[in-house]
Design a protein around this ligand. Structure first.
Ligand code: ATP
Ligand code: MG
Length: 140
């Protein structure tokens, strides 16, 4: 089955939502293959979000993502990449509360930046992002 990288962002870790979000993930049929608490430094955060380097929100995003620990997980299930992004909901938490009230961002996110979770958006991103957090992870 497909794998994706899920991350609980600093806002949600700080608010102690990690175990609730983890429980939702498991109840939705994802297997958590690896998980760890990590703290992104400036270089790691800029590399992780390098596709957004030219956007006006980038400096604020990097400050936010380095402001505290994140909780990274490798999720596995059929269609994991798309299923996890659907479960996360729209990027903007306030939009999520209108458009997808059962989504994780609707329940746990604050706004368009502090939106509680991240998910890889393609197979290539999943491979790259899994390697960012789990250097020693091997396909078995
Ligand atoms: P992620 O990549 O974190 O899973 P996403 O794919 O839904 O989220 P992207 O467009 O890739 O959204 O944006 C990456 C992150 O940058 C968002 O999750 C959010 O934290 C932040 N961000 C995106 N757009 C804005 C914005 N307009 N204002 C402030 N922050 C934003
Ligand atoms: Mg994205």
């Amino acid at each position: 089955p497909e794998k994706t990288l899920a991350m609980i962002k600093p806002d949600a870790v700080q608010s102690n939502y990690t175990s609730m979000i983890r429980q939702i993930i498991v109840s939705e049929g994802f297997h958590i293959l690896e998980e760890k608490l990590a703290h992104l430094d400036d270089v790691a955060a800029k590399s992780f979000y390098k596709e957004h380097a030219e956007r006006s929100f980038f400096p604020s995003l990097i400050r936010f993502m380095t402001s505290g620990p994140v909780y990274a997980m490798i999720l596995e299930r059929e269609g994991a990449i798309k299923k996890w992004r659907t479960l996360m909901g729209p990027t903007d938490s306030n939009k999520a509360r209108v458009q997808a009230p059962d989504s994780i961002r609707a329940k746990f996110g604050i706004d368009g930046e502090k939106n509680s979770v991240h998910g890889s958006d393609s197979t290539e991103a999943a491979i790259r992002e899994i390697a960012t957090f789990f250097r020693d992870f091997q396909e078995s």
